[in-house]
Design a protein around this ligand. Structure first.
Ligand SMILES: *[C@@H]1O[C@H](CO)[C@@H](O)[C@H](O)[C@H]1NC(C)=O
Length: 198
């Protein structure tokens, strides 16, 4: 069943509202030092507010570990890339889209699928880092996460054309921008972790 664009937008807003309320509620029961560690680490990223709001919910799992923090950032980015990929797939089947928009949307679904692969590989590798191989593995992870950023910007560029519907364009670019910011933050936290092994 194809979903209409208006319905899609409504679901999108509802989901993001739900996520925000959920985060706010869970933070309260976490030890203060863990929260402070996340706040301080996030202040070194390009999007500190997004970093804090997306990771403080995982504070009790992250504790004071730069590695677990980077890992959690990758997890959050992967989850977001996955759900956006599913939404884009649905959106590409919605009524009233121009062939050009459908085609840009399908390209984006490809690019998001590459992003998901790159993030998954990075998370796997992160789980294996140990001892003398750590630096080499972190280099791989940095390469993959950078590749994910490139794929996201390629997707966004596909929606730059003036002949696209303004609503479709801004909805897609908003979704992709959010993933790109999460990815950029994850990369900064990976770089922090890497600097401890330099
Ligand atoms: C990341 O996700 C994996 C798999 O879902 C999970 O086992 C792990 O605990 C998560 N790590 C953090 C730090 O959230």
């Amino acid at each position: 069943m194809a979903t209409s664009f208006a319905k899609f937008l409504f679901i999108l807003v509802a989901i993001s509202f739900h996520v925000k309320t959920l985060s706010a509620a869970r933070v309260i029961s976490t030890p203060k030092t863990n929260i402070e560690f996340i706040r301080t680490s996030c202040s070194t990223t390009t999007y500190p507010k997004l970093c804090y709001s997306s990771l403080s919910v995982e504070a009790s799992k992250i504790q004071n570990s730069p590695k677990l923090l980077a890992n959690a950032a990758l997890n959050v980015t992967l989850a977001s890339a996955r759900s956006t990929s599913i939404m884009m797939q649905k959106l590409s089947q919605s009524h009233g889209m121009k062939p050009m928009e459908v085609s840009a949307m399908q390209d984006c679904v490809e690019e998001l699928s590459d992003t998901v692969d790159e993030l998954r590989k990075s998370i796997d590798e992160m789980g294996k880092t140990k001892g003398s191989n750590t630096q080499l593995m972190i280099n791989d992870i940095q390469t993959w996460v950078s590749a994910a950023l490139t794929d996201e910007s390629t997707c966004s560029e596909g929606f730059a054309g003036n002949s696209m519907n303004g609503n479709v364009k801004s909805a897609v670019r908003g979704l992709i921008l959010n993933i790109a910011h999460l990815t950029s933050n994850a990369l900064a936290l990976i770089n922090n972790y890497a600097s401890l092994h330099g």
